[in-house]
Design a protein around this ligand. Structure first.
Ligand SMILES: *[C@@H]1O[C@H](CO)[C@@H](O)[C@H](O)[C@H]1NC(C)=O
Ligand SMILES: *[C@@H]1O[C@H](CO)[C@@H](O)[C@H](O)[C@H]1NC(C)=O
Ligand SMILES: *[C@@H]1O[C@H](CO)[C@@H](O)[C@H](O)[C@H]1NC(C)=O
Ligand SMILES: *[C@@H]1O[C@H](CO)[C@@H](O)[C@H](O)[C@H]1NC(C)=O
Length: 454
């Protein structure tokens, strides 16, 4: 891969190399909207990010490498910058990984991945970066003693100047492996025996980066990607697709006109979701929302602005109560009619604090069937608010600690569903959820809720 200069950034080749997101304990560890709060911003800045040479990934920016950190947050590397999570501004990479600069001032990363094999304790959860002929191993953001080393020393048989790397555990690969990519050459590196097997992935384009995500393997080439079989390199289905549409959270997308397919299959976390007693669902993500009609069981997708003009985008939490959608965004509460056309009630938006007695921001809120209590999650705290009371006063319930940093939650006829990153988790009831010490089986949102077929 070439050295990429920031001024040329919008025209150069993509290398998006997202490290593994293993099937283990870090299920659902994708960044939620907590990232937004940390960074103190929302997507509103995207349009101007390009100005003055500042990187804007929503303009079809092509990344050099990607690695998922120990908390499941993907770091997208571009030139000497890194984007943390699915949206937000770039930071200098050397602020997080100082030594990447020391030896060469290369200003770019060829490939990166996070090792995730628990029976390999010396490398488990280490993030490896590949720069020309060197490999850097970081553990908890600290460079491991003795690094950087020659790639040939640490991964014998693997060439210099790589394009991409991805972890491939059994049984996805025959052995616990790392797959390295350079041009059209593919190397399966056995983590245990250090044996290297060269493969030909004939039906796949040259990957500039690769990524294992929700148990699927993605090859990025240019600003597009294809899903592939890690054993054979076979690509099934309609690929390539535009990376921006599926792995970035942008106000505007590439050339996609099929909003429904993109929103059903996007891997970006949800902002808010709500179900009514009949089973109609509204799910919000960035500037779009998905709606499921309980009778036809069909999903539709539309811009938030089209149906909820005043809210515009990015609600923090939404709940359904007495045929109205209560939508919290920052310090305001919007109340719309639940049926179309969605009409904002007179006098709204009102201060969130006046409506539910809590300070912004809130993380999730839901009302369970036939009840008039709103359950609001704010950090680990759960508040119960009697919606019939005036004024409404939040009463602290027991905290919810089994899943941290959730994105959103909803309550339907079958219980409470909690959403985090790519996954949702089902609890029979609010009480079961609050009492549970175990994390229930994770389900992939795109496939198992929205019906994405790939
Ligand atoms: C980090 O990188 C920037 C731009 O490449 C450079 O100007 C700065 O001196 C670097 N900082 C450190 C601490 O190396
Ligand atoms: C690393 O590679 C360089 C250049 O090929 C070589 O000179 C050096 O001896 C190598 N270092 C080790 C520790 O093998
Ligand atoms: C893929 O990489 C090989 C070198 O390994 C190169 O010859 C070929 O032109 C590349 N293909 C494309 C489409 O870039
Ligand atoms: C897609 O967008 C690119 C860049 O904006 C443009 O050059 C290209 O013509 C578009 N393709 C289609 C099919 O609209």
């Amino acid at each position: 891969m070439k050295l990429l200069s920031q001024t040329l950034c919008l025209c150069l080749a993509l290398a998006l190399c997202l490290a593994d997101h293993h099937t283990g304990h870090d299920h659902g560890g994708m960044p939620g909207k907590h990232m937004d709060h940390q960074h103190g911003k929302k997507e509103g800045h995207e349009h101007s990010l390009h100005a003055g040479g500042i990187l804007n990934r929503c303009r079809g920016l092509e990344m050099d490498a990607v690695a998922v950190n120990e908390d499941g947050v993907p770091y997208f590397f571009k030139g000497d910058h890194v984007f943390k999570g699915f949206h937000g501004q770039a930071e200098l990479s050397n602020a997080s990984f100082a030594e990447l600069d020391d030896h060469h001032h290369l200003g770019h990363v060829d490939a990166a991945f996070r090792m995730h094999y628990e029976d390999n304790p010396t490398q488990h959860d280490h993030i490896f970066f590949f720069l020309n002929e060197k490999v850097f191993s970081y553990y908890k953001h600290k460079l491991e003693v003795g690094f950087p080393k020659n790639i040939s020393e640490v991964f014998p048989g693997i060439p210099d100047h790589l394009d991409a790397a991805v972890v491939c555990p059994k049984p996805d690969c025959d052995e616990d492996s790392v797959i390295f990519f350079k041009g059209d050459e593919i190397y399966h590196y056995n983590v245990r025996t250090k044996k290297v097997e060269e493969k030909e992935f004939n039906s796949m384009p040259n990957c500039t980066s690769a990524f294992r995500y929700a148990e699927h393997y993605y090859c990025f080439h240019g600003h597009q990607f294809s899903k592939f079989d890690p054993k054979t390199g076979d690509v099934h289905g309609r690929y390539p697709k535009e990376a921006r549409d599926y792995f970035m959270k942008c106000a505007r997308f590439g050339n996609t006109t099929d909003h429904l397919e993109r929103e059903q299959c996007s891997r970006v976390h949800l902002d808010a979701i709500t179900a009514d007693d009949a089973g109609n669902i509204h799910a919000f993500r960035g500037h779009y929302f998905l709606e499921k009609d309980a009778e036809t069981e069909k999903w539709t997708a539309d811009p938030v602005e089209k149906d909820f003009k005043e809210l515009h985008s990015n609600p923090d939490a939404v709940f359904t109560y007495e045929n109205h959608l209560y939508m919290a965004k920052g310090s305001k509460m919007y109340v719309y009619t639940a049926t179309e056309p969605h009409t904002l009630l007179a006098g709204y938006p009102k201060p969130l604090k006046d409506e539910i007695g809590l300070d912004a921001p809130i993380d999730a809120a839901f009302v369970c069937q036939d009840k008039h209590i709103a359950h609001v999650l704010k950090g680990e705290n759960v508040y119960d608010i009697d919606l019939k009371a005036s004024p409404r006063v939040p009463v602290k319930d027991v905290p919810f600690t089994s899943i941290r940093n959730i994105d959103t939650a909803m309550c339907g006829p079958k219980g409470v569903t909690v959403f985090k990153g790519n996954y949702f988790y089902h609890f029979e009831s609010l009480n079961v959820m609050l009492m549970s010490k175990l994390i229930p089986e994770p389900h992939v949102i795109a496939m198992e809720l929205f019906g994405c077929d790939h």
